[in-house]
Design a protein around this ligand. Structure first.
Ligand code: RM4
Length: 260
């Protein structure tokens, strides 16, 4: 029970890595608020993505709320934090995770695709981190912020020229926030997932050749699962990582170091 009694916010918490983080934190004893956006609250005959996460967390005996909002809007983070405090009493951990990656070539990338990617991935991380940090500061008992950066903060992708700079930015944001928020006992770190099979890359990896190529590049021999990342977020969020701030943890099965 690494997060017993803690309150955790997860942005982009209805699917993919965020969903795994939300459930993993609940398994460790946390009450959880998830942010989501888009169609994830719509049920098409069965439980919606949001309902499913809430049910999973409640099934573990924890409390959960879901708050809709586009993290790119500065007001979303503020509302997310106040709704969390209202329902769950406080905020101890933020997993700043919401992100998009609409794979696209560089030379003809429309400004709208570029700008939306920066708005959600980087601006969103900034605004939500700012809102959560202000709440943690007011509580006076420290806190932990873990951002979902990416292996793409360190290496490029020809179809990701809009996305990789945002992930480098998220990593840099955590480094600077570690300095800005250290005096309040708020730790700021990032995880850098490699290739994790989620909805974000489902289309890209539906190409059998690309999928096999990626798998072959990974020394541990398989794509990552969302929970592989979530377990590392739990560690960084918990007191086990009490002296870790400004750090980043690659969670990539060895992909980054695999030159030859
Ligand atoms: C990652 C990396 C992965 C890709 C995801 C969407 O940072 O590039 O290979 O699947 O982004």
């Amino acid at each position: 029970m690494l997060l017993e009694g803690k309150v955790v916010i997860v942005t982009g918490g209805s699917r993919g890595i965020g969903q795994a983080i939300a459930v993993a934190c609940a398994k460790e004893g946390a009450n959880v608020a998830i942010n989501y956006w888009g169609d994830n609250d719509k049920s098409y005959g069965r439980l919606s993505a949001v309902e499913e996460v809430l049910a999973d967390i409640e099934g573990l005996g924890r409390r959960a709320i879901a708050v809709e909002g586009n993290v790119a809007e500065p007001a979303t983070g503020v509302e997310l934090v106040s709704r969390t405090v209202e329902a769950l009493g406080r905020v101890d951990v933020l997993a700043s995770n919401a992100g998009i990656c609409p794979f696209h070539a560089f030379l003809d990338m429309p400004p709208s695709v570029y700008e939306r990617t920066v708005a959600v991935n980087l601006n969103g991380a900034f605004y939500v981190t700012q809102a959560a940090a202000n709440q943690m500061k007011a509580q006076g008992t420290g806190g932990s912020i873990v951002a979902t950066s990416s292996i793409s903060a360190l290496v490029g992708g020809g179809m990701q020229t809009h996305y990789t700079p945002t992930k480098a930015g998220v990593h840099s944001l955590m480094q600077s926030c570690a300095i800005a928020l250290g005096p309040y006992g708020i730790r700021c770190n990032s995880v850098m997932p490699g290739t994790i099979a989620t909805d974000l890359n489902a289309e890209d990896l539906a190409d059998e050749e690309k999928r096999t190529y990626m798998e072959k590049r990974i020394p541990l021999g398989r794509l990552g699962a969302p929970d592989d990342v979530a377990q590392c977020v739990v560690f960084l969020a918990s007191d086990r990582a009490r002296y870790v701030t400004g750090a980043s943890l690659l969670v990539d099965g060895g992909l980054f170091v695999n030159l030859q």
